[in-house]
Design a protein around this ligand. Structure first.
Ligand code: SF4
Length: 314
């Protein structure tokens, strides 16, 4: 073996592969999955157990639970599963009150596994609405969590997905309160808050604004608490493999955030997407993911990188 080959081989053997210690499910998702697993195990009446919409934005975890007997349905399937006498789990994102009402009318057994933080957010929005406030929500209009919130106030709210929309869509002609979908970006939330706060101050020309505008930071601490930690992880590694479902809001947001510290990042959903060329000459590989990415799958990704590393020609 030539000297360059030996050096390359030595590099390859020195490659360190580390899973982010802070990665794994958030407590809301752990709780939902535990509820689903309990229902599947303790289903004495042998009823079918369903979940309304994907239980989590992660196809690997969905496959695992489907193998245990959990099936995913949509609102269109309500009548069919009610006639079976099945039970239906509401996932962490929550649902609007109309869903609970419809299930009740059909005699369908609902198991509410909504994250307590989401339930708390729905209740807070409703309280302000009932007091006559205009509700502004920083979020994605069609995200299931936002659909649930909108449903608590008969859709009478303004949804903004960023600062520009806040500029265009929000008129401050009545008492207003700003909330956020739990998984949105903290810097954008702060910008929207500052924009609206400044506008209200201009309207009252230096008068007291505290009764006119409230901003409630309802971003989930499990999400933005991780943002600082993942930045450090991004800095510590030459390359980061970020594992999350393609439709995970939290995944997209964390990935973008980490790219500010490390451009050498790859977003994958499946371990088979990784390419050998990504790891050539690399010494420190980091593996992390969204709050919906299971740890067991991060371990599989690590095993796959070990295999790839062995294939890199010396
Ligand atoms: S990200 Fe936060 S709000 Fe969303 S399910 Fe997890 S703990 Fe609950």
């Amino acid at each position: 073996m030539s000297m360059p080959d030996l050096l390359q081989k030595a590099d390859r053997e020195r490659m360190k592969i580390r899973i982010d210690e802070t990665a794994g499910f958030c407590f809301g998702v752990v709780r939902t999955i535990n509820i689903a697993e309990d229902r599947l195990k303790s289903n004495e009446k042998k009823r079918n157990t369903y979940v309304l919409g994907s239980i989590i934005h992660n196809p690997k975890e969905i496959d695992r639970l489907e193998n245990e007997g959990l099936s995913t349905i949509t609102h269109e399937d309500f009548e069919r599963i009610a006639s079976e006498g099945a039970e239906l789990i509401v996932r962490a994102h929550g649902e609007p009150p109309s869903t609970f009402q419809r299930a009740d009318n059909l005699g369908l057994d609902l198991v509410d596994a909504t994250c307590p933080l989401v339930t708390g957010l729905q209740n807070r929005v409703k309280r302000f609405y009932d007091k006559g406030f205009q509700i502004v929500i920083y979020g994605k209009a069609n995200h299931p969590e936002v659909i649930g919130i909108r449903g608590t106030i008969a859709d009478d709210c303004i949804i903004v997905s960023g600062v520009e929309e806040a500029k265009d869509k929000v008129t401050l002609d009545k008492q207003t309160v700003l909330f956020s979908q739990t998984t949105m970006e903290k810097p954008v939330y702060k910008e929207i808050k500052e924009l609206l706060s400044k506008r209200v101050s201009e309207l009252v020309e230096g008068g007291d604004t505290k009764d006119l505008f409230h901003a409630k930071n309802t971003l989930c601490k499990e999400v933005w608490g991780r943002e600082q930690k993942v930045l450090e992880f991004a800095r510590e590694n030459d390359i980061v493999i970020f594992v999350a479902g393609r439709n995970s809001s939290n995944g997209k947001s964390l990935f973008k955030h980490m790219q500010s510290e490390n451009q050498n990042m790859h977003y994958i959903e499946d371990a088979q997407e990784m390419q050998q060329s990504w790891f050539e000459g690399v010494q420190n590989v980091g593996i992390t993911g969204a709050t919906s990415t299971p740890l067991w799958y991060l371990k599989k990704v690590k095993d796959r990188i070990v295999e790839i590393n062995l294939l890199i020609s010396p």
